[in-house]
Structure formats: structure tokens, C-alpha cells
Design a protein around this ligand. Sequence first.
Ligand code: KDG
Ligand code: MG
Length: 408
Amino acid sequence: MKITSAQVFVGGPGKNYVTLKIMTDQGVYGLGDATLNNRETLPAAYLQDYLIPALIGMDPRRSEDIWQFFYRGAYFRRGPIAMAAYGAIDMALWDIKGKIAGLPCYDLFGGKSRNGAMVYAHATGADLEDLMDSVQHFVDDGYKAVRVQCGIPGMPSASYAVPEEKGSSTEYMTNFSGIRPKVETWDTGKYMRYMPQALADIRERFGPDLHILHDVHHRLTPREAAAFAKDVEPVDLYWLEDPTVADDQDALKLIRQHSTTPIAIGEVFNSIWDCNKLIENELIDFIRVAATYGGGITQLKRIIDLAGLHHVRTGFHGAPSHSPISMAAQYHLNAWAPNFGIQEYLVLGTPECDALFPHDHLMENGMVYVSDAPGLGVDFDESEATKYSYSAGSHPVVRLQDGTLWNY
Ligand code: KDG
Ligand code: MG
């Protein structure tokens, strides 16, 4: 069996999804997602200019060797652009493997460990009351877990993932304002004084059963993060996400020494080497690597197995920047992983998105039920794809009030 050609498509409804389609000499094809939010043309170019020419003629069943060929063979390893490109190839090869075996990918990993996988939704509010309405909406929809982000009184601009105005749309994550980054202003003191009580109020309103998650989005120093994690212990969070930047894996020790609040980290990681010490030293509770720039299914399986040895559960990234293809790769891993925790999920299921990526994964009552179709269980409609083109965007940048650049 041989790979005969491969094509990259960039575009989608409201997002620049980077979709890879690998064709074989047996008529079976595989699909992968190389989307790197706001930097989409880069993995697309890496695929087109360097990787696809080398893929032609390879045996698609040899996904391990192909992964090693690109990763070890590249000399300049790692980085989100390269790993998103390898990730897309890897997903497409597992898709092909499942299709030729006539089995859904989860069966190739070891079969289902659960019927459905719990997901969490994003609740957000310009202020606490607005946020409570948003949480209520998801609770009414049957969600068992909700991430909560709230406007901070007196903060010079809206804080992370919070709309500027009450009741405004959920575009806060998708509308990234063109190629020149928008500048946000951050005030750690205001956040640390306000947010713990806001979280306590949400717990009080919704009771003990709702899983409440909160994303600090790298805004605190390790010491501040330790203090915050300790402060919110009575809220019994499901997790506190990215409380500090994890470039220095040892820095996380300080949080552990001071608090039992569960910690989730990893959505910006792209290698097992970004998280191996965090996992082995049991400094985190959830690992958030994504199937795209985390290097695909092959590397995620290794991370999941390492995590399982150290009581770390999965909580894969699922922001709207991931296409239904990488979300499907994660659904299959979630169905199998003995140490599955939760899956981030933002409503992808618009009619336009479903038309571009037809699938029968089922979302019901805050649970995702993975498709039983062979492979990843997602297709790609090329005629729909002609409706979309690339549109440049950028993440905001954050500055402190004195102008110092801070972590977004
Ligand atoms: O591209 C950046 C977004 O994916 C990120 O800001 C989303 O933090 C995020 C999350 O938890 O989904
Ligand atoms: Mg996050």
C-alpha cells in the first residue's frame, strides 16, 4: 500500500482550519487537522513544501516509522508549527489504518473504556451576574462541567475570555481582530482580590455537584498562583488551568507545596518533553496537550500512558480553533484512555461546520459519544471547502498598567 498524493486546504466557517487529505493507491484516504490558531498558513506551508513531497510513496500503515521519520529525521525538532504538521499526518494515517481494518480508531487503541466522555463548556460573563446566566444556560442544557471566566470590576480591559459587554456573543474566542494584535491590560491585584469570592459565589449558587473549572491563562507568577490556588480550595474546583507559565517545569512545585487544588496544564505544549517532569513529579492533575500541535495520536498515546503511571488524567484542549478532525482524534483517545478525565468542548456543530466535516459523533447532556464508523469517523466535503478562504488573525497581547508586556 502506498501514499499517492496529499492536499492541504485552509479555511472554514469563522476559522482557518488546516485540513490534510492523504490519498492512497487503494482508494482509501485519511484526514488530519494541522490548525495552529492564528498561525495557520505556517503548518500548511511546512506540509506543502517539505513533508508531502517526502510522504509520496510511503506505506501509510507504517504510522510509527513515518512519525519517527519526520520527528527524528528533521534535525530541528519540536515547535508548534512542525508538530501540528506531523500531528495532521499522524491523524490521517490512523484514519487510514481504521478504514482498512474496518474498525473505529478507539478499537485500534484497545477498545472503549467508557460509553461516553464528559465534556466541559465555556461559560463567560462581562460581570458575575452575566456569568451566572451563562452557567445556568449550560446547566439547563445538561452539562455536568463548566469553565467559568468573569469580568473583573475595575480591570482596565476585559480579562481573558470575557466579553466587553453584558450578554454579548461568544465571539470572544474566535474573533481575534486582524493581523495586528489587540492590546489588553491586566491587573493581577484586582484579579486576585475578586476572583476567589466570585468562584465561591458560583459554587454557592449551583451546589456541590457541578464541576467548576477556571482558566488563569498564564497570568500569575508561581508565587501568586500558589496563593490563588490555596485561596480557592474551599470552592472545590474540578481544575485550575494554566495558573502560571510552565516553561520552567520546576516552578510548579511551589503551587503543589501550598495547595491541593487540582492543576491542569499543557494546551500550549507540543512535546512529551514539555510535560514529562510535570507528570513524573506529580505536579499536575490533568494534561491538556492537543492532538494537533501535540504531534498527533502517536505522541498523545505515549503522553497518556506516562500520565497514567502518575495519577494524571487527560483534559485535552478543545478550543474552537481545533477542527472536527482533531476533536475526533481526541474523542477516540478519550473513549479508550484508562486515565481519561474530561474533554474541553465548544459548540462546533453549526450547520456550516457539519456540512464541511460530516460526522455522526453525538453530543448529549454534556457527554460526547464517539462515532463507531471505521477510522476517525469524520469526512471532509471538498465542494463545501471552496466556499472558504484564509483570513489573517492574531491573538491579543497583554500589558500591565505600566506598559510591561505580560503573558496572554
Ligand atoms: O489559541 C488560543 C486559545 O486556544 C486559548 O486561548 C484557549 O485557553 C484556551 C482554552 O482553555 O481553551
Ligand atoms: Mg486554556
